[in-house]
Structures are given as structure tokens and as C-alpha cells.
Ligand binder design. Structure first.
Ligand code: G
Ligand code: MN
Length: 306
């Protein structure tokens, strides 16, 4: 018998999907490859090649699944699955807006499916600042949001560098969103050179630490210092720190020891199609929990996180 932690299939304190080191390396290499077969977002939208994938995000403190980040993929009939690096950089503003709106609507509709499987998840979408500034997001959410009381809302991830590029406008939008079901996460934090004064008037729910600082944070003292500072800053603002791009067990442990709130990355689980994510949730729900003290037997929605 192993210890109860590793036997506990519904505890989300580490890797969700077991992968050997070679598999994980190959996946990371594929995700960082710079191949651009020249497929546009407009073409993908028109041909129905756009897919919304999900990457699980776990709550380090409660050891549960907190939510997932929705990530756009183009599933091309010849080239296979393309990552945003291959199609976002050259995308026109109009097609970016269309993609973002699509991601928002799909995510709100998929929430109900995950909820049905027993997991009330806080889902996040990536929103380019230029799109956010012109998108009727509150109206879209009001019209298409799941009508359940327990729906936790949606997180919009805006990169720090884009927020900084028009901080006054970002603050204005943040003020408009205050009290709504839409909360803001500052994405790729640490890479965008924001100043403390700019963050002060920007209510945000999460700081997502850029993966370049998460990498080797167990051994690299500079990265460890940056992670510590970001976690401290997030917490002092009453927000959560999220480590993104966790690839190794040692980094995961270091982040937990630093008091990081949430984490995601290939080590925990790679981004995956909705069907695979759903299978994973259902599998977990079907299995009895080894640690009987952790929850009431048969309780639904055990992995809910505010
Ligand atoms: O900046 P943002 O967090 O939105 O980036 C999301 C992208 O990061 C996704 O396209 C996803 O493929 C990639 N990604 C997710 N997890 C990892 C990881 O552990 N390592 C690396 N290198 N990339 C990752
Ligand atoms: Mn993101």
C-alpha cells in the first residue's frame, strides 16, 4: 500500500496525467516549435477548424481542481493541430475579436458540461487587450452566461505588457467589470514591466507568473526570488498567484513551499480537447476517494473553488 495521498485519485496535488519524461519533453518541444504553415484565423473560423482546448489548473492549498484555461487551437485537416504561435501573431484584429467571442461563448457553454460531470470550474479565456477595449463583453456574458446560481463567472486573461500599453483604459475597463461575473487575470506577469503604481488601480483576481520565471525556480535563485515576490504581491493585493508552465516536479514542490495558490503546466496536465478533459473528470468522479476524511461520501461538486 502506498500512502493515502498518492492513492487518493480525487486529490489534485500533482500530475493529473502520468507521462514519462520523454513524452513530456516531446510535448513541450512541440508546444514551443516555431512552425507557421500559414493558416489564418479567418480561414479556420470559416472552415470550422477552430477548437477550444482546456488546460487544468489546480489549487495547491485545497488540493483540488480549481478550473481550466481555455486555449485556442486550429485543427487543420492536413497540418494537424496548430498552436496559437502559428496563427495569432499575424491575425487581424477583426478575426481576433471573432475568435475571442467564440472562446467566450464556447467556454460558458462547456461550463455546464463540466458541472454536469460534477466539477464547478472557474474557466479562463485569453483576451487580447485590443479586443477587450472594443468587445461588448458584459453584454455578451449577461446574455449567454449559464443561468445557474453556482456559476462562478469567467476569468479574462490579459497580458501584462498589453495592460501596460494603455494602463488608463485598462483601469477604466477593470472599474466597469468590478462586481460583475468577469474577473481579470494578469497574464505572463513579470515579462511586461508594469509598475506598482499601475497595478494599484487595477483590480485583478490573479497574477499569472510568466513561465520563464517558473522554469527552474527550485534551483535558479533569481527566478525563485521573482516567484516569491510575485506571490507576495498577489497576496497583498488580496489576489491569487498562479504559476504557469510548470514542467518539473521539483519546481512544483518549490512553488507549493513558496505559498503559490494555483498552478498549471505540462507536468500537471497539458492542454487537451474538451472530450478528453471531460473523460478525465468523469474518471475521477467514478473512483471512490481513498482519504475518507476529505469529504462527505457522495457529495457532488466537491471540487468547487471560489
Ligand atoms: O501565456 P499563456 O499562459 O496564455 O500561454 C498559454 C500557452 O502556453 C498555451 O498555448 C500552451 O500550449 C502553452 N503551455 C501550457 N503549459 C505549458 C508548459 O508547461 N510549458 C510550456 N513551454 N508551454 C506551456
Ligand atoms: Mn493565458
Amino acid at each position: 500500500m502506498g500512502d493515502s495521498k498518492s492513492d487518493d485519485v480525487r486529490s489534485w496535488s500533482g500530475p493529473i496525467e502520468q507521462m514519462d519524461e520523454d513524452e513530456r519533453r516531446a510535448l513541450i518541444d512541440a508546444m514551443t516549435a516555431d512552425d507557421r504553415p500559414g493558416v489564418t484565423v479567418t480561414e479556420a473560423l470559416r472552415n470550422n477548424w477552430l477548437e477550444i482546448w482546456y488546460q487544468p489548473k489546480i489549487d495547491f492549498k485545497r488540493k483540488c481542481l480549481a478550473g481550466a484555461e481555455a486555449l485556442a487551437r486550429i485543427h487543420h485537416p492536413q497540418f494537424g493541430v496548430l498552436l496559437p504561435g502559428a496563427f495569432l501573431a499575424d491575425a487581424e484584429e477583426d478575426s481576433l475579436a471573432e475568435l475571442t467571442e467564440h472562446a467566450l461563448l464556447v467556454t460558458m457553454s462547456d461550463w455546464a458540461m463540466f458541472d454536469e460531470a460534477g466539477f464547478n470550474l472557474h474557466l479562463a479565456i485569453n483576451v487580447p487587450a485590443g479586443v477587450l477595449f472594443r468587445m461588448p463583453i458584459t453584454e455578451l456574458v449577461a446574455e449567454y452566461r449559464p443561468k445557474w446560481e453556482r456559476w462562478p463567472g469567467v476569468i479574462i486573461e490579459v497580458t501584462e505588457d498589453q495592460i501596460v500599453s494603455d494602463i488608463a483604459l485598462a483601469q477604466e475597463i477593470a472599474a466597469e467589470l468590478r462586481g460583475s461575473a468577469i474577473s481579470i487575470a494578469i497574464d505572463d506577469f513579470g515579462a511586461g514591466y508594469s509598475s506598482f503604481s499601475s497595478l494599484r488601480n487595477l483590480p485583478f483576481a490573479e497574477l499569472k507568473i510568466d513561465r520563464s520565471f517558473v522554469r527552474d525556480c527550485a534551483t535558479d535563485t533569481a527566478n525563485a526570488a521573482i516567484c516569491h515576490t510575485a506571490i507576495d504581491l498577489a497576496n497583498r493585493f488580496g489576489s491569487a498567484a498562479v504559476a504557469e508552465g510548470i514542467e518539473t516536479q521539483t519546481d512544483l514542490q518549490a512553488l507549493m513551499a513558496m505559498g503559490c495558490d494555483f498552478g498549471q503546466g505540462v507536468l500537471i496536465a497539458p492542454p487537451m480537447p474538451k472530450e478528453r478533459f471531460l473523460d478525465l473528470l468523469r474518471q475521477r468522479m467514478d473512483k471512490p476517494r481513498a482519504d475518507a476524511t476529505a469529504e462527505r461520501p457522495g457529495a457532488k461538486h466537491v471540487d468547487r473553488v471560489a
